[in-house]
Design a protein around this ligand. Structure first.
Ligand SMILES: [Mn+2]
Length: 438
């Protein structure tokens, strides 16, 4: 990684930009300051073990401290940010290391040994509290919706630091995807493939942005398949893996589909790959993401016609809802500190939602794209029993060529997903670039 590609070299500018965004949002909502809590360890019922820690994304937007609970940031429009950095004197757990200069130099860092020490430093005036730590429960003005909406809208445009983090997260995931594909070709179980992925990524489950979907054969038809089967199936026909990685809290979200052998399913993957690349090329400033989602439906309907899976034209596949039987989710979403990043449907600070197209209830992004947005592009085509059975019971059952569907059902489904940065010119496909650089 060269200096200009590394997140580190962009960090100072990022903090400056955060300061400007927060100052503007606080002033617009008439707050004097904000207090951002990184989060608390949450314990399981009647136990002293906690759930995997997930830091408050509003805290992560300022600091690369994904594992730091009980830290607090204080933001004031006209003063440098103050970090109450939680470093307990603890012999049960390893306390956080001293701040590193690459990020610490931009903050007024005050180490604290006890939780809640920040309470003695609550700023004067009207304070907005941001976070979900139980310690904030008694605070007035907790997560003010209009303030959060303003911040969420700002988060849709990524700074150069954030773009560098997202690129790095894509590179880690691409390396791990390659190891997973090798484990698939090697005939391994879902569990073993998952372990190969983690090892190649050098991340553990708690570091990943979401639970990896590692699906062999029919399991590819379960959209959020959550098991990792310990025993390898008798035959490996197909493999769908939807898995990401993180860098300083920023996520990648990448899906690849494989066929073990040539044939109708492999051809369908190739056709989907070409369609997906065409859709990625459409991720441009000024384009309504809803139109791209509908374009994906038309493209998938064309695939269904060309492959003989349906017996009607594209227009009828769209008007009857048949394309949604095979592609029942949205084309994609914003990506950032959250896998399904904030403000995908948000129009303004009031929280007005931009409507989804009729008949597309699961689309997570309805905004017009801007330079600096990072989106996923993930068209899919699946053989899902429950949706197929419902269609078979309806008036248009004959539009599906059932023998062709029956032949491909054991392969589960296909999804191809990349992470794409919208620019002022050509979109930057961070995932494809990462695979190409392996
Ligand atoms: Mn996704």
């Amino acid at each position: 990684m060269t200096a200009s590609q590394s997140p580190v070299s962009h960090f100072g500018n990022h903090v400056q930009q955060q300061q400007a965004v927060w100052a503007q949002a606080l002033q617009a909502e008439q707050f004097d300051a904000a207090l951002i809590h990184s989060g608390s360890q949450l314990y399981s019922f009647l136990d002293d073990y906690h759930y995997p820690f997930r830091a408050n994304p509003h805290f992560l937007a300022w600091l690369p401290l994904a594992r730091h609970d009980e830290s607090v940031l204080i933001i004031r429009p006209d003063q440098p940010p103050v970090l109450y950095y939680f470093q307990p004197d603890d012999y049960w757990y390893l306390p956080p290391a001293d701040p590193e200069s690459w990020w610490g130099d931009f903050f007024d860092v005050r180490p604290v040994r006890e939780t809640g020490q920040w309470r003695s430093a609550i700023p004067e005036g009207r304070v907005a509290y941001v976070g979900d730590a139980p310690a904030l429960n008694d605070c007035q003005e907790l997560n003010p919706p209009r303030l959060l909406n303003r911040l969420h809208l700002a988060r849709t445009v990524k700074t150069p630091y954030e773009q560098a983090c997202l690129r790095s997260a894509a590179a880690t995931a691409a390396r791990a995807h390659r190891a997973a594909a090798e484990a698939f070709r090697d005939g391994q179980s879902e569990f073993a493939i998952h372990q190969a992925y983690l090892h190649a990524a050098q991340q553990e489950d708690a570091d990943l942005p979401y639970g990896s979907i590692v699906a062999l054969n029919e399991h590819g038809a379960v959209l959020h398949y959550q098991q990792h089967e310990r025993i390898a199936p008798h035959t490996h026909r197909s493999f769908l893996i939807d898995a990401g990685a993180t860098c300083h809290g920023y996520c990648s979200d990448i899906t690849r589909s494989y066929s073990a052998s040539p044939g109708a399913f492999a051809d369908l993957i190739s056709a989907m790959d070409a369609l997906q690349l065409r859709l990625c090329d459409g991720m441009r400033a000024g384009v309504d993401y809803r139109a791209l989602h509908l374009e994906a439906h038309a493209g998938i309907a064309q695939l269904l016609v060309d492959s003989g899976l349906i017996r009607c034209d594209v227009e009828q596949a769209l008007s009857t809802g048949l394309s949604s039987v095979f592609f029942p989710h949205g084309l994609g979403h914003f990506l950032g500190l959250q896998t399904h990043d904030v403000a995908g449907l948000l129009a303004d600070a009031d929280g007005t939602e931009i409507a989804r197209p009729d008949g597309h209830p699961f689309l997570r992004l309805t905004r017009v794209l801007e330079a600096g947005n990072v989106v996923t592009v993930e068209p899919g085509l699946y053989f899902i029993d429950s949706l197929l059975n419902r269609w078979r019971a309806g008036p248009d059952a004959a539009l599906i060529h059932w023998p062709a569907v029956e032949e491909l059902r054991p392969y589960g489904g296909i999804r191809i997903e990349d992470d794409v940065l919208v620019t002022d010119a050509q979109p930057e496909n961070m995932s494809r670039d990462a695979f190409a650089a392996l």
